[in-house]
Design a protein around this ligand. Structure first.
Ligand code: MV4
Length: 446
């Protein structure tokens, strides 16, 4: 096992990884920007290295600074966390070239899944249903029109180098397609440095269901069930739950078996997530995330598997500690993402946390780097805490979540706690009847 791991991230996820390392007797190195000197993950690490000024480009995305920090501290391995460099294949390769272990998938698998069209082609080859779409980039209006005629309107324009919904455009007819293609290309070039666009048939009202997988690259592959991530706004997830209230047992079994079998064939190593849209009883693969995800704790809560621990063990060359039969998925879990955001318009609400009291009790987990007196910096993502609740049934879980939200005190900044309180009291949410458009409608009704 590693003696020392450098954590190339910040906030709650850096703290999450620090915890897993310490539970395994591994020493940690926190790298941080000048804005994060007083962060909880920095306080709790064994060693710290300041790697630059607040802008992520100069610190958390600064590959030479991170590799230098690993060298001077004598780290064995680097965990990229999520966001920042987690899905940067060049970073993963550079880490290995400098003699450190990258705690994640191979650069080849990161690169494969980062190309959304290659990922789809690979899924098709593995026998996974995908949304009907163009098999290659549509470079001009004529190619796009021809592809759209074959697919059928409405179509979505997506960036091949994209993912997560950024820069997607909807076209209901040929005229709209002609107008949208140059816009989509310009946005893709600006956001991803690559203007390649592909088309897909637009699904109207799907649920967003993803499968948590862990492979050891030695033939071992397990799933930890699915997560329903349909409740999101502007492509930011707000609340996730497992199991999905929208799946019956046969559909779930079909999805999980398919996902596990295909990633095993791929020889995938480390934690990963396959994303699907689910509509009218059919699953369609859309993309794969080759990283630890924000919402991983709900899968841990129902399975008892520590996903970060498995990532560390597998990166060190160990086989998975579990076979599928060892894992019983028990009960129900929900995560509420608590963001430092204004209630009215979701604008960031950084500042000093004047009061802090986290909920507790049976089945309640809080992943957060907040503490009383902490100053939430304005430079980064506004996620400041994840409230994760487990119950024997969905009903028990929801009631426990209500009481935990009522206990949570975060003073001095605005947070999404009041919004979560409204959601969990909504009759439709209570019945589990929602799709990817539900939250926008809920917010519009006020
Ligand atoms: C789609 C879609 C409908 N049809 N693809 C957005 C995030 C990215 N991962 C894929 N996304 C979508 N792809 C087809 N063919 C609708 C969405 C989508 C969405 C997906 C998941 C969760 C929330 C969403 C909100 C709007 C659109």
């Amino acid at each position: 096992m590693f003696e020392k791991v450098l954590i190339a991230n910040r906030g709650e996820i850096a703290l999450r990884i620090n915890r897993a390392c310490h539970e395994m007797g591994i020493k940690t190195v926190a790298v941080h920007s000048t804005a994060d000197t007083h962060a909880m993950n920095v306080r709790l690490a064994d060693e710290t290295v300041c790697i630059g000024p607040p802008p992520a480009r100069a610190s958390y995305l600064n590959i030479p600074a991170i590799l230098s920090a690993a060298t001077i501290t004598g780290a064995d391995a680097i965990h990229p966390g999520l966001g920042f460099l987690a899905e940067n294949a060049d970073f993963a390769a550079a880490v290995e070239e400098h003699g450190f272990t990258f705690i994640g998938p191979t650069p080849e698998h990161i690169r494969l899944m980062g190309d959304k069209l290659r990922a789809k082609a690979e899924a098709m080859r593995l026998g996974i249903p995908v949304v009907p779409g163009s098999p290659a980039a549509v470079r001009d209006g004529a190619a796009a029109a021809a592809a759209a005629r074959a697919i059928g309107y409405p179509v979505l324009l997506k960036a091949i180098a994209g993912g997560g919904g950024r820069g997607m455009k909807l076209a209901r007819d040929a005229a709209e397609l002609a107008r949208m293609l140059p816009l989509a290309q310009a946005e893709a070039r600006a956001a991803f440095g690559d203007d390649s666009i592909y088309l897909e048939r637009f699904l109207d009202r799907p649920r967003h269901i993803e499968v948590q997988l862990i492979g050891d690259g030695q033939g071992g592959m397990i799933h930890l069930g699915e997560r329903d991530c349909s409740l999101q706004r502007a492509h930011q997830k707000l609340l996730e739950e497992t199991p999905s209230p929208g799946l019956d047992p046969p559909a779930r079994e079909r999805l999980l078996a398919l996902a596990v079998a295909s990633l095993r064939q791929l020889g995938y190593k480390s934690a990963g997530t396959m994303e699907f849209l689910y509509e009218d009883g059919e699953f369609y693969f859309i993309e794969m995330n080759t990283r630890l995800q924000v919402e991983h704790p709900i899968s841990e809560m129902i399975s008892g598997v520590d996903i970060v621990r498995e990532q560390l063990r597998i990166a060190a060359g160990a086989p998975l500690a579990y076979r599928q039969d060892d894992i019983a998925l028990r009960g129900h879990a929900i995560e509420c993402r608590i963001n430092a955001e204004r209630a009215d318009d979701f604008r960031p609400s950084p500042g000093r946390v004047s009061e802090y009291h986290a909920p507790g009790g049976l089945g309640v987990r809080v992943d957060s780097a907040l503490y009383q007196g902490y100053e939430v910096p304005p430079f980064y993502d506004s996620l400041v805490a994840k409230l994760v609740v487990h119950g024997a049934s969905r009903e028990e879980c929801v009631m426990r979540l209500r009481r935990a939200l009522a206990e949570y005190v975060i003073g001095g900044i605005e947070t999404t706690i009041p919004l979560h309180q409204r959601i969990v009291d909504d009759p439709e949410f209570r019945r589990g009847v929602y799709d990817i458009h539900w939250l926008e409608r809920f917010l519009a009704r006020g």
